[in-house]
Write a protein that binds this ligand. Structure first.
Ligand SMILES: NC(=O)c1ccc[n+]([C@@H]2O[C@H](COP(=O)([O-])OP(=O)(O)OC[C@H]3O[C@@H](n4cnc5c(N)ncnc54)[C@H](O)[C@@H]3O)[C@@H](O)[C@H]2O)c1
Ligand SMILES: CC(C)[C@H](C(=O)O)[C@@H](O)C(=O)O
Ligand SMILES: [Mg+2]
Length: 357
């Protein structure tokens, strides 16, 4: 008899439904290898929850996520909700879920598929060794600090956001970076802005203490501006990058295009509660509803879900190998298309992956 696992599926907005449906098909086929069957529970968050319930993150969605084995999320947000009050923006759904589920760590692996070396905006020789993980702090910093929307008038109108980090928040994320590095090439790059920000100086102090206590791992320390530059001149130097919430958000979009397209990069958000898996890109309103989005970032996020939350390691390996095989066979969505390749839409890419599982 198969083991049943409940996964909450949150489609969200824009291309969300298209890419989550693609990933669900792939997972359903792959988990058979681990004798597992998925019970998908659809719940709303983001813009579609605002439309249905007047708020981006209904309590029923939070409760369902807390009870599930994992959450798979597409993306939220879009121009339709750009003028809603800041407190109920669609993006609040993601931030709220991260906080409610205690997901203080976001793992964003960046690797270059052999078949896509020519697709990076960087020269192929610069990207051939790219294989690193961004370990992004996810429930602290400026994202969750006090803020004040614009007030006052004329040139004195002002708005502010506050960045705060506690020692415990830095310690636990650096610990994850160290554990991650131990299973990889053993190198951690801690990224901050310690030449300017007090919160970054505490970050660096804690990172240095952790480095001293963990001699099996080598540490280096970079400012975020230098890191942004190093990511395009020598991305192959990185193994594990650990950084704050805001810096990690920015650097991971940069890392994604180094690998060829934003549509390729998966992520896992982990911590004390149910883990959440989502591609790093957004709802792509410019291509939503056309059926042409690249589903691979979501499919690869689902592979991480199989490995870390569902105990389905055969499925995880099979999905990753199938993605590699589909790319090697020349299947390309528009964002990674070049002449001579097999141009497919979202469904075509999903079928291509499915045939190799
Ligand atoms: N996790 C999330 O839910 C998440 C993440 C980032 C942005 N957003 C939200 O998404 C909305 C749009 O944001 P944006 O336009 O700045 O970023 P975006 O990531 O949605 O899109 C940026 C560009 O990348 C392209 N793109 C993104 N994903 C793609 C895919 N899978 N296949 C092919 N092309 C893809 C888009 O077409 C667009 O040209 C905003 O409301 C933003 O807040 C949500
Ligand atoms: C949508 C937004 C809140 C989110 C973030 O900034 O964390 C997104 O950009 C991401 O990278 O997951
Ligand atoms: Mg982002």
């Amino acid at each position: 008899m198969s083991i049943e696992k409940t996964v909450v599926a949150i489609n969200g907005d824009g291309i969300g439904r298209e890419i989550v449906e693609a990933a669900r098909r792939v997972v359903d086929k792959a988990v058979v290898k681990d004798n597992i069957v998925i019970c998908w529970a659809e719940h709303k968050a983001g813009g579609e929850a605002i439309d249905a319930y007047g708020k981006p993150l209904p309590q029923s969605t939070i409760d369902a996520c807390k009870k599930a084995e994992a959450v798979l999320l597409g993306a939220v947000g879009g121009p339709k909700w750009d003028s809603v009050a800041p407190a109920i923006r669609p993006e609040k759904a993601i931030l709220g879920l991260r906080k409610e589920l205690g997901l203080f760590c976001n793992l964003r692996p960046v690797r270059i598929f052999k078949a896509l070396q020519e697709y990076s905006p960087l020269k192929p020789e610069l990207v051939q060794d790219v294989d690193f993980v961004i370990v992004r702090e996810l429930t602290g910093g400026i994202y969750f600090g006090e803020r004040s929307e614009a007030s006052g008038e004329g040139p004195n109108e002002k708005a502010w956001d506050k960045e705060t980090y506690h020692r415990y928040e830095i310690e636990r994320i650096i610990d994850i970076a160290i554990d991650t590095a131990k299973k990889r090439k053993g190198k951690v790059t801690s990224v901050d802005k310690a030449n300017v920000l007090a919160s970054s100086r505490l970050w660096r102090t804690v990172a240095q203490e952790k480095a001293t206590a963990n001699s099996a791992v080598t540490f280096d320390y970079l400012y975020v501006d230098n890191t942004a530059m190093q990511l395009v001149v020598n991305p192959g130097q990185f193994d594990v990058i650990v950084t704050t919430n805001l810096f990690g958000d920015i650097l991971s979009d940069e890392g994604a295009v180094v690998s060829g397209s934003l549509g390729l990069l998966p992520s896992a958000s982990i911590g004390t509660g149910t883990a959440l898996y989502e591609p790093i890109h957004g709802s792509a309103p410019d291509i939503a509803g056309k059926g042409i989005a690249n589903p691979l970032g979501t499919i690869l996020s689902a592979a991480m879900m199989c490995r870390y939350s569902l105990g389905a390691s055969k499925a995880a390996d099979a999905i990753e190998a199938a993605v590699e095989a589909a790319l090697t066979a020349g299947y390309r969505t528009g964002d990674i298309y070049k002449d001579g390749m097999k141009r497919v839409n979202t469904e075509g890419m999903t079928e291509a992956v499915l045939q190799y599982i």
